[in-house]
Design a protein around this ligand. Structure first.
Ligand code: ATP
Length: 326
């Protein structure tokens, strides 16, 4: 369905001007191989600057790779980047030329640009705006909407004039929970009813976990892991996640607590630890049985999430090629 082979893209170095320092060349795609199957929701995860948007812009024909192949539904998109527009509904990170239009006209215009006759474009427009709860905002120009509303309107436009592939770069940025749910439901419905293939770029690992069939983790232009969410979770083994929330400062005078700190990720009063089951039991016994208990506000034990995988892989990007799973 979509095969990427040996994709390389380097942004050239820029010389500094008027006292500002120059920038070094960045190899934003560093030999990427990827296969996306028909009808799956495929997630692309990775930290800021990992090269997700660069990869997506090459897949959508907006950026020319230095080397490598991209085949989408039998089309060679490196040789014929203009064909991408006929195959892919793309929601990029930046807002678009649609900003001057009303929500309704943005959706209708997208449908017309994609070759729908007027009546069909209007019918699809109305259906999509209803589906996403945007009908009350239909007459409002995009530039007069809030950030989350505008994003939802751009998503709506991307759905009109159906394409076999949807590429969504951080679609839910800035959206409230109701809008987010509407986006995931719309994505899921298109996959279930029309077999649409979806490539989803996201930072929001927890949110994405529920909708993704497979995931690739990108770092510094390379894919360091690829598999189903369940398969990737096996990579962090049988580790258990322990979350401790302290009422105030952690009681570091308790030796067991002081010892745990070394392996804890601290966020304010919260400590997150990934431990072997026996270690987790010992940690919970130590903090709930002894003098530390008075200082404890809350604790949870959980099996690893995709976020744990992401964090675990992120820390060992160098030479982690062996982690790639089919
Ligand atoms: N036009 C450009 N010119 C030079 N360097 C660029 C350009 N666009 C991106 N880069 C660099 O290429 C690397 C990959 O950037 P990219 O935008 O693809 O990352 P990303 O994974 O999408 O990040 P984010 O999650 O922040 O959107 C980064 O180091 C970035 O600084």
């Amino acid at each position: 369905m979509c095969a990427v082979r040996g994709l390389v893209k380097t942004y050239p170095a820029a010389r500094g001007r008027r006292g500002t320092p120059g920038t070094e060349a960045v190899r934003a795609s560093d030999g990427i191989d990827l296969d996306i199957r028909r009808g799956e929701i495929f997630g692309l995860l990775g930290p800021n600057g990992a090269g997700k948007s660069t990869l997506v812009r090459q897949l959508t024909g907006l950026l020319r790779p230095d080397a490598g192949r991209i085949d989408l539904l039998g089309h060679d998109l490196v040789r014929h980047p203009e064909r991408a527009a006929r195959l892919i509904g793309y929601l990029g990170q930046q807002s678009t030329a649609l900003d001057e239009l009303t929500v309704a006209l943005a959706a209708e215009t997208t449908g017309r640009l994609r070759g729908l006759p007027l009546a069909a474009a209007r019918a699809e427009r109305d259906a999509v705006l209803d589906e996403l709860g945007l009908a009350p905002l239909a007459g409002r120009p995009l530039k007069k909407l809030s950030g989350g509303q505008r994003r939802l309107a751009c998503f709506a436009a991307a759905l009109v004039g159906e394409r076999p592939v949807l590429v969504l770069d951080e679609p839910t940025t800035g959206m409230d929970p109701v809008a987010r749910r509407a986006v995931w439901a719309a994505v899921d419905r298109r996959r279930a009813e029309r077999g649409t293939t979806v490539l989803l770029v996201t930072h929001n690992v927890i949110e994405a976990e529920t909708v993704l069939d497979r995931v690739a983790v990108l770092e510094r232009g390379r894919i360091i892991a690829c598999g189903t969410p369940a398969g990737l979770k096996e990579l962090v083994g049988d580790e258990v996640r322990v979350e401790l929330v302290w009422r105030d400062a952690p009681p570091l005078d308790v030796p067991e607590v002081a010892a745990l700190r070394a392996s804890a990720r601290e966020t304010g009063r919260r400590w997150s630890l990934r431990l072997r089951p026996a270690e987790a039991r010992a940690a919970v016994a130590a903090v709930t049985g002894g003098p530390a208990f008075a200082a404890l506000d809350d604790f949870t034990l959980a099996t690893p999430s995709l976020e744990d995988v992401y964090l675990a892989l992120g820390g060992q990007a160098e030479g982690a090629g062996g982690l790639v799973k089919a």
